[in-house]
Ligand binder design. Structure first.
Ligand code: HEC
Ligand code: HEC
Ligand code: HEC
Ligand code: HEC
Length: 131
């Protein structure tokens, strides 16, 4: 191989590694996420607009308040790890062992924390403030 070809190959390889790592980190998490799952037996409530960035940046929530991968009962997920959709583990229609069904997973997570922040503008009782 010529020296220039080799350098080019190294450069391309490095670019790939850079892109792959970039894709796995949270650099491109959307600021606002529209939570709208399908697969509920009955879909009674509208989608939920969720200010993802505000929650971690302004409201000071740790990523691990909401993101988890359990191993032997412990949350081993850490910032930078890939994030799966809640629905990839929480079934929309039934609880499986200890794994809550999807609606309850969101409600426990979102409302659970909001209940502790009654002083702030964190919707807890009023359905329409989220839905
Ligand atoms: C703190 C925000 C929040 C509040 C308050 C809230 N919900 Fe939800 N709820 C969610 C989120 C997030 C989902 C998941 C939406 C999805 O998967 O599409 C959800 C899902 C649901 C679902 C299942 C999906 C569907 O559309 O049928 C139902 C039913 C529901 N909520 C009913 C209620 C009712 C009734 C209230 C008021 C007593 C309420 N929620 C209050 C956040 C909230
Ligand atoms: C208050 C709860 C909460 C906090 C705090 C939070 N997230 Fe999320 N995050 C969510 C929800 C909800 C989703 C959408 C997942 C779903 O509905 O399936 C999401 C989605 C994501 C996604 C996937 C985005 C996509 O387009 O698929 C990434 C990556 C992510 N979060 C990273 C982070 C990181 C990194 C932090 C900490 C800096 C963080 N999150 C803090 C709730 C949270
Ligand atoms: C990789 C699979 C997986 C993903 C993705 C996942 N969960 Fe879970 N979740 C679990 C398992 C397993 C448990 C049961 C843990 C136990 O009690 O041992 C659980 C428990 C919970 C609990 C109750 C205990 C606790 O940690 O508060 C809530 C609430 C919850 N999940 C909400 C969510 C939400 C909201 C999302 C998306 C932002 C999500 N989960 C994504 C697997 C997952
Ligand atoms: C760990 C704590 C925590 C969790 C988990 C959490 N929130 Fe919040 N949220 C807050 C706090 C604190 C505020 C009030 C901030 C303020 O007004 O100062 C808030 C405010 C809000 C508001 C009103 C202001 C805004 O940013 O739009 C909505 C809507 C909301 N949350 C939706 C959700 C949804 C949907 C989830 C679940 C996916 C969720 N939250 C999970 C802490 C949390």
């Amino acid at each position: 191989m010529k020296k220039r070809t080799l350098l080019l190959a190294i450069f391309i390889f490095a670019a790939f590694v850079f892109l792959a790592v970039g894709a796995l980190t949270a650099l491109d998490v959307p600021d606002v996420i529209m939570i709208e799952n399908h697969g509920y037996k009955v879909d009674r409530k509208g989608p939920v607009k969720f200010h993802h960035k505000k929650h971690s940046a302004d409201y000071g929530d740790a990523c691990t308040e909401c993101h988890h991968v359990y191993k032997d009962g412990k949350n081993v997920w850490k910032e930078g790890d890939p994030v799966k959709k809640c629905s990839s583990c929480h079934d929309p229609n039934k609880k499986v062992g200890k794994v809550l069904k999807l609606r309850d997973a969101y409600h426990r997570d979102c409302k659970g924390c909001h209940r502790k922040h009654k002083d702030k503008k964190a919707p807890y009782r009023k359905c329409n403030n989220c839905h």
